[in-house]
Design a protein around this ligand. Structure first.
Ligand code: PEP
Length: 252
């Protein structure tokens, strides 16, 4: 019922030429993986080249962030209209690095989520607790707050495309992965909050990805659980062989 989705977040790595080289190597490696929705999220400057390189293939291109206005005097920003016009299909919203370094808040996450839906972009909304919050026993509060704030005022009738990613901040880029049990518990909390904020049917159909140091050797154990519908992969997605192996292993 929920199609698995595995997305690559390349963060601020790769030039347009390097993106094209990655894609040329990567596509044949995943040619038989039709059961998984595959999304690459390159830097803004690489989106156009990546769209050209994936044209006619099932691999989608997503942005790592966007502004929530259609246009205006917002120097340096990229709007959903512009992404859509380019051929971008997905967009990450509220990644913890955006929250930490670029003033992304629960409120801007909500505005961006509404803008993405208005422009038919598939939003991948990132939520997750810091280590101190987990150690203080506040994980569920953080996940409930972030999920509810993201979904505030969203009409359930248009919410079906929304994807969530549970990304515990202490597991991102650290090599420290949540155990499958920790991830599964967190995903259940997020799903329950989606049921409250939208409705139980949408909670059952919404995909929730796990992100945080996913590698080829842990992909199978993390992605096979009931409430985990795929992965958002940072560091290990920069190499085409490693990212392809994650997709293959997760589908086992
Ligand atoms: C990420 O950037 O979303 C991420 C999960 O990074 P990493 O896989 O490197 O932990």
């Amino acid at each position: 019922m929920r199609k698995p989705l595995i997305a690559a977040n390349w963060k601020m790595y790769k030039t347009p030429a390097e993106s094209t080289a990655f894609i040329d190597t990567f596509l044949p490696l995943v040619a038989s993986q039709q059961k998984t929705e595959i999304v690459l999220c390159p830097p803004m400057i690489c989106l156009a080249a990546s769209i050209v390189a994936t044209k006619g293939t099932p691999v989608h291109i997503g942005a790592q962030t966007m502004d929530y206005h259609d246009n205006g005097a917002y120097t340096g920003e990229t709007s959903p209209l512009m992404l859509k016009a380019l051929g971008v299909t997905h967009v990450l919203i509220g990644h913890s690095e955006r929250r930490q370094y670029f003033n992304e808040t629960d409120e801007t996450v909500n505005l961006k989520l509404k803008a993405a839906l208005a422009h038919n972009l598939v939003p991948i909304v990132c939520v997750g607790e810091h280590l101190a919050e987990r150690e203080a026993g506040h994980t569920n509060d953080v996940l409930n707050r972030q999920t509810a704030a993201a979904l505030a005022g969203i009409d359930p009738a248009i919410a079906a495309p929304i994807v969530f990613a549970y990304e515990p901040v202490w597991a991102i880029g650290t090599g420290r992965t949540a155990t499958p049990q920790i991830a599964e518990e967190a995903h259940k909390v997020i799903r329950a909050q989606i049921a409250k904020s939208l409705n139980p049917a949408l909670a059952a159909s919404t995909r929730i990805l796990y992100g945080g140091s996913v590698k080829p050797d842990n992909a199978a154990s993390l992605c096979c659980l009931e409430d985990i519908d795929g992965a958002l992969v940072g560091g290990a997605s920069l190499d085409p062989n490693s990212f392809a192996q994650i997709i293959i292993n997760a589908a086992l």
